[in-house]
Write a protein that binds this ligand. Structure first.
Ligand code: 2P0
Length: 335
């Protein structure tokens, strides 16, 4: 074993935006998804994570300078240690270049970066080869199912019932694709995805219909993505998020993530389409709106969104490259 105080690992990963949504679990403890999802990494948005050996016998995690409750991370660290047969405890510092916990899938990039960095620290210290992507994806899933997708770049899939996600197409499959993320609200969302999924499963009369329908949308969206058919992909995406939100809205109590500005942005996309501009929106477990379009239309799409909600903050993303992991040698004080 190498000197653990002289090694750190950093990783940068982008959040995974679902074009077809994962919403619901087959196994709550293990984060096994009940629906298949198809996603693109949001290149330009990023979680940066640094991992070192813990100075004591506990794991420590801070995100954007705020110490995190250990309960959220314990199942993940326990799974990682068990799978790698390592007793190592971790000291983690993580920063997001976008709002945390607000529907930008920060848990996907966060747990992906943490998985890549923490597992690499273990394998470096023990002079073992780095883990293969499917195992990294499986480990990331213990943190968040969407993180299983974010260990890859480009376009990814996570099948219903799967233990790990798979790379589907590389980022350069569709270099002209753009994703505009509109920051409707910067605060944290009112209910976590996890509790909202559980509430939907337990109380929404539409949950079973959502589960039955999701594979059809998934197959349709994959074909559209292979064919780079923006209109077909956009229509399928729209059905996926609408049906996900409809099932959540029918829960007791109802789960409503949308704010007035969210609705104004959805209407702005509809108006853009009426003008012949391909602008197709999606929403996750929060009020933010993400719009896919082609590079040529980026300026007009941004202008349309801004006209609908003056002052709205927009971030333009491209299909993400794979996460970058870096092993840093040197003393604990070195950058
Ligand atoms: C997705 N979402 O496919 C869906 C669409 C939100 C809406 O994955 O409980 O943080 O940790 O597995 O991955 C957000 O939920 O949930 C999410 P857990 P996660 O991207």
């Amino acid at each position: 074993m190498r000197d653990r105080s002289h090694l750190r690992v950093s990783c940068r990963a982008s959040p995974s935006l679902a074009l077809v949504k994962y919403w619901g679990k087959r196994d709550e403890g293990l984060n096994i998804p009940a629906t298949p999802s198809l996603a693109v990494g949001l290149g330009g948005l990023e979680t940066s994570t640094f991992v070192a050996a813990s100075p004591d016998s506990a794991d420590h995690v801070s995100i954007d300078g705020r110490t995190q409750e250990s309960a959220r991370f314990a199942p993940f660290f326990d799974a990682l240690r068990s799978r790698l047969d390592s007793p190592l405890r971790f000291q983690v510092e993580s920063h997001n270049s976008f709002p945390t916990g607000a529907g930008f899938a920060s848990s996907s990039s966060g747990f992906a970066a943490l998985t890549l960095a923490a597992s690499r620290l273990v394998t470096e210290l023990e002079n073992r080869p780095p883990l293969e992507p499917p195992l990294l994806s499986e480990l990331a899933r213990h943190g968040s199912a969407s993180a299983a997708r974010a260990v890859y770049g480009g376009f990814t899939v996570l099948e219903a019932g799967a233990h790990c996600a798979e790379a589907f197409l590389p980022a350069d499959h569709w270099p002209e694709l753009r994703i505009v993320a509109a920051i409707v609200f910067r605060g944290e969302k009112s209910h976590s995805s996890r509790s909202a999924m559980a509430a939907t499963r337990e109380t929404s009369p539409y949950y079973d219909r959502w589960l039955a329908d999701a594979p059809l949308l998934y197959a349709r969206a994959k074909a559209a993505l292979i064919g780079r058919d923006l209109e077909e992909l956009g229509q399928t995406m729209r059905l996926s998020y609408s049906r996900m939100h409809a099932s959540a809205l029918a829960a007791e109590p109802p789960l409503l993530y949308w704010l007035p500005a969210s609705v104004a942005l959805l209407r702005a996309c509809a108006e853009l389409r009426e003008r012949g501009v391909g602008a197709w929106e999606t929403m996750d477990a929060g009020p933010q709106v993400k719009v896919i379009c082609l590079e040529n239309d980026l300026a007009v799409v941004r202008a349309g969104l801004t006209a609908a909600v003056p002052g709205i903050e927009l971030i333009s993303a491209i299909p993400a490259s794979p996460p970058q992991t870096l092993v840093i040698e040197g003393g604990p004080e070195s950058p």
